[in-house]
Design a protein around this ligand. Structure first.
Ligand code: ZN
Ligand code: ZN
Length: 124
């Protein structure tokens, strides 16, 4: 380790390299991370490194929030579709009437609704 001296103290041998800026620092200057023992040259680098790390760790939280937003959007879209189907059924659009029947779980059909005759089974 000759020639490897602390960047802050001339002639004082370095014991560690800063994880953030890769400066060599002596025993007096080095700051160790309490959790994993990572070495840093200064509080500043320690803060920067952990700020970076915590920002990195926050990403899942952010995407969780995005997922909730997406779920809300999806729910909104479903509500819109249901409303569209109800409106279509109210106007007796056959496609929507069928969908509406499915939505209401096969309950009694609304009054005034035309039952479509089942197609006759054809045998060949
Ligand atoms: Zn540093
Ligand atoms: Zn030093």
């Amino acid at each position: 380790m000759e020639g490897k001296f602390c960047v802050y103290h001339e002639g004082v041998p370095a014991v560690a390299k800063c994880r953030k800026c890769h400066k060599l620092v002596c025993r007096d200057c080095v700051i160790y991370d309490d959790h994993d023992g990572t070495a840093f040259c200064s509080e500043e680098c320690y803060e920067k490194y952990h700020h970076f790390k915590s920002r990195y760790n926050e990403e899942p939280k952010t995407s969780k929030r995005t997922i909730i937003g997406q779920i809300l959007l999806l729910v909104g879209a479903v509500v819109l579709v249901v409303v569209a189907i109800k409106l279509g059924a109210a106007r007796n659009v056959p496609f929507f009437v069928k969908l509406n029947k499915k939505l209401s779980g096969g309950g009694p059909p609304p009054q005034g609704q035309l039952e479509e005759p089942a197609p006759a089974p054809s045998r060949r």
